[in-house]
Structures are given as C-alpha cells and as structure tokens.
Design a protein around this ligand. Sequence first.
Ligand code: FNR
Length: 367
Amino acid sequence: MEITNVMEYETIAREKLPKMVYDYYASGAEDQWTLQENRNAFSRILFRPRILIDVSSIDTTTTTLGFKVSMPIMIAPTAMQKMAHPEGELATARAASAAGTIMTLSSWGTSSVEEIASTGPGIRFFQLYVCKDRNVVIQLVKRAERAGFKAIVLTVDTPRLGRREADIKNRFALPSNLTLKNFEGLDLGKIDRTNDSGLASYVADQVDQSLSWKDVKWLQTITRLPILVKGVITAEDARLVVQAGAAGVIVSNHGARQLDYVPATIMSLEEVVKAVQGKVPVFLDGGVRRGTDVFKALALGASGVFIGRPVLFSLAADGEAGVRKVLQMLHDELELTMALSGCRSIKEITRAHVVTPWDNPHVAPRL
Ligand code: FNR
C-alpha cells in the first residue's frame, strides 16, 4: 500500500511492533483526554486563505536559534528508538540531516551522543532530564557539547512520570538487548521489569523532583549552549522562562503523557506567545500530523514545530526511509498549504490567515 499521509504509519507500526512497544509509544496518560485533544483542537482552527498572489515559488526555509533549516518542522526527543527499529536514533539522525532539519536526541536514547555525532554532519539538540546526581548531568552536557550538539532542550514537565496505564499493565521494561546508551558505564543504563511500569520506577529513582527555576540558572553556569525549556503551557511560566535567561520555549504537554486534562498545545500556544513578547522564540509540539497543523501553529505565533510519534511509527515501518518520507510529506503538505493560502515564505504566514474558536465571531478579524 502506498503511504500518502503521516497517520498511516501508525497502522503499520501497530501491526509490526510487539504490543508492549506499540503501547509505550502510542499511549497517553490516564483517560487520554489530552491525547485526543492535541489532535482535535487543530481541527477547530480554520483558514482564511488569500487569493491571487503569485505563488509560483514557495520558500519553506527558516532559522531555529540561528541555524538554517529547510522547514519549520523538527524532530522531538523520544526515548528508546531502537525498540522501533535496530538502527533507532541513528536512522532518525540521518533522516533529519538528509531533510535539512534538526533532530533532538532524548536523554533516554538507545544511542549515545557520540554515536549520533558519528552518523555525519547535522544540527542536533540534546534533551536533558536532570538526574539527582548533578555530576552525571555535568558529564552528559559536556559530552553533548563535545559531540557537537547545538542546544540543550530541558524537559520540565516530568518530576514524576505520568500514569500510563498500558505500561503498567504490560509491566513495561526496556528489552534486555538495549541500553540507555548515554548512561552506560554509569550503572543507569537499564530499565528493569518491576511489578509496575519499569520506566515509572526508573524515573522515581533517578530524576530530580526538586528541579526548580534556580536550576535553569545553574544549567547556564555549566554550559554555553542555548537552553530551550520544554513543557511550558502557561503565560506565567513563559515569563519566568524569559527571566531565567533561556533561549526559547517549547509549548509541550509531552505528547499527552504527563498531566491529563491539560489543554491541547495548540490551545496554549497563543497565551505563551503573547507572554514572551517576542523576546525568545516559541516552538510547539503535540499532535502535529499534517502540513496544515504546522501552518496553524505558525499563524498563532510559533517559530516552528517538533514531531514525536510520527518518527517512531515511520521508523518502525520502514527505518530511515520511513522517517525521511514523514519529513518529506510534512514539508510538501506545508508548502501546499502555503500556496493555497497565498503565503510565499514562512514570514508571510500571519495571524490573519487563521480563525480560531476564541476569535470574536461578531467582529471582522484583524488584517
Ligand atoms: C516522548 N517525549 C519525550 N520528551 C522528552 O523530553 N524526553 C523523552 O525522552 C521523551 N520520550 C518520549 C517517548 C515517547 C514514546 C513519546 C511518544 C514521547 C515527548 C516528545 O518529546 C513530544 O513532546 C511529543 O511526542 C509530541 O507529541 P506527538 O508529536 O507525539 O503527538
């Protein structure tokens, strides 16, 4: 069957992967309300396309933290990609480089920062979970720097793991042939089977629940890399991110895997964009599956988006070629959306190109 959209990879992955792995990738927390909402909310935002604009040439290129990218679509950190495919994160890194975009490597990758660097040139970010042992954090950040990673993505929505009931039922554990490569040699590389979710126990043991704003400052004393704070969904916190000196914000609810009943990220985006007042770029992840979703996020003020599950599912279906195809399809859909909306460049996408449920229906939208 020919794949014609990103969603179709999930069906293939579901058939191909062991249940424990598919469930771990696909699940959200508890009632999975936010999981559905991350998708549904996009469908309530509609277009206000402009016509009779010469769209014979469309430019999707942009910059992220000053780095040129082929499109405002990047790869979010997702853990343990070798459960999807033997080449795991290495295949993802190669696909991202080939597409001219950025890959974020998870702290809990089954490939190390050094292995990712060895795949060849490419712009990469390193996602950081702050462990209780700060020496481990310092070493990890230094290794990411030495391996040429260009930014630290600090995940702040996971002091404890959200309650993912499928993982509890499946007694989720990392298959014994795999390790969390960044922690190998530190005796933190394995996720054992417990009578609960193995990952939940791992997080409870390793992740520093006391992480706070002072640590965002501390992080800046151990690295010169720019820091993106991932997991911000309120204006209050967005302002604190700017005050703390971070380089940017990622509006994320962790793919609906942490606190259930938080709004869809596309619903939280504009609040955060307004709060940062253009001082730092704002990115979004969660439920992005179509070029139209990307356009909507940009129209509401995002500088770019990240994708999580589509990478895992396409990796499972077809390795590096699958991830390449996902990036290509999203690129082509975004380009088409731009053409049909009368936008020739990313800069031409404006708030007036969309209408949302919270726009006053009785007043003509601003131009
Ligand atoms: C994640 N996510 C995540 N985030 C993070 O900061 N560190 C991590 O290790 C992981 N691991 C992870 C594993 C799996 C299986 C998923 C699905 C997600 C969250 C991820 O970065 C991102 O926020 C969401 O995946 C975005 O939503 P979509 O695109 O999956 O809907």
